[in-house]
Ligand binder design. Structure first.
Ligand code: GLN
Length: 285
């Protein structure tokens, strides 16, 4: 990016990013972020020279992106299910695949008997799942939990920005949830990557706590499934995101915990990315 040092134009700065291997759209986001201008403005002003400080800030961001830092961290936001969410390195970057879980929840919510369904999102991170559900199904009363106080702070900031009122609790999985609380729908995208998975090094910029529980990757899913019957109303649903090859294992865990109507939803790549089931039987509460 030597051109950056010599007052490149916007067009030259965008082209220089390509030589670092950046996607054009990423370069536009980074330069737009530094200039606080939308992409359309960049295109209509592409012969304008950058002042040195801008060129340097942009070049630094381009180098970080080329080193694998997620674009969302560099610009401080990500789109999820039609919402713009603030993200920091304290939270996992929301994935399009996770919209599958939200869509499943939104399909189920109108079928539940409750007029004001109680919903929990365990391990909410940026708040993506909880906020998307609260946004699209305003009658839902949503509790969002996370072990990380820093992640909860990000989620709460997002809720305020979106004008959504949720309940919050800090702690590990069911430990965060008040004893005796019962839900009609429980959702979670827990850490599920196995400790030796070859994809983990590429995800090094994201919180490992949110990506892997260690071992075979199923520990968090096991804990959530084990505690779910005691926190679901009869007929309530548990929907889980998991790894592309974990659908059978998660279905078996759900069956062993007494869940019925166990099914899967595929992600954008066609992998069975979410598995869920319905609690039958009398309320143990
Ligand atoms: N879907 C993420 C990935 O594979 C992992 C998210 C998670 O562990 N919950 O990059």
């Amino acid at each position: 990016m030597t051109a950056s040092a010599a007052a490149p134009t916007i067009a030259q700065a965008l082209a220089a990013a390509r030589t670092l291997g950046l996607d054009r759209i990423d370069a536009q986001w980074l330069l737009g972020h530094v200039l606080q201008q939308p992409s359309a403005w960049l295109i209509s002003h592409d012969d304008q020279p950058l002042v040195a400080a801008t060129a340097q800030a942009y070049a630094a961001l381009c180098r970080r992106r080329a080193d694998g830092e997620p674009l969302a961290y560099l610009v401080g936001q990500a789109g999820f299910h039609g919402l713009t969410l603030q993200v920091t390195p304290d939270v996992l970057v929301p994935r399009p695949d996770t919209e599958t879980l939200v869509d499943w929840a939104l399909d189920l919510l109108p079928t539940l008997a409750a007029a004001q369904p109680q919903v929990a999102d365990l391990g909410t991170g940026s708040g993506a799942i909880a906020l998307a559900v609260a946004h699209r199904h305003p009658a839902a009363e949503v509790l969002a939990t996370d072990l990380s106080p820093a992640a909860l702070a990000v989620a709460q900031t997002n809720a305020r920005a979106l004008g959504l009122a949720l309940h919050w609790a800090q702690g590990a999985w069911w430990q965060a949830v008040p004893a005796g609380a019962r839900f009609h729908l429980v959702l979670s995208n827990p850490p599920y990557i196995a400790s030796g998975d070859p994809h983990l090094p590429a995800l090094r910029h994201e919180p490992m706590l949110a990506l892997t529980p260690g071992g075979d990757g199923l520990d968090a899913l096991r804990q959530i499934i084990a505690g779910a019957p005691g926190h679901l109303h009869p007929g309530g649903w548990l929907l889980l995101e998991h790894g592309w090859d974990q659908a059978d294992a998660v279905a078996a865990l759900l069956a062993a915990a007494g869940f019925q109507a166990i099914g899967h939803r595929a992600d954008l790549g066609g992998h069975p990315r979410c598995t869920g089931g319905r609690r039958e039987g009398p309320n143990k509460g």
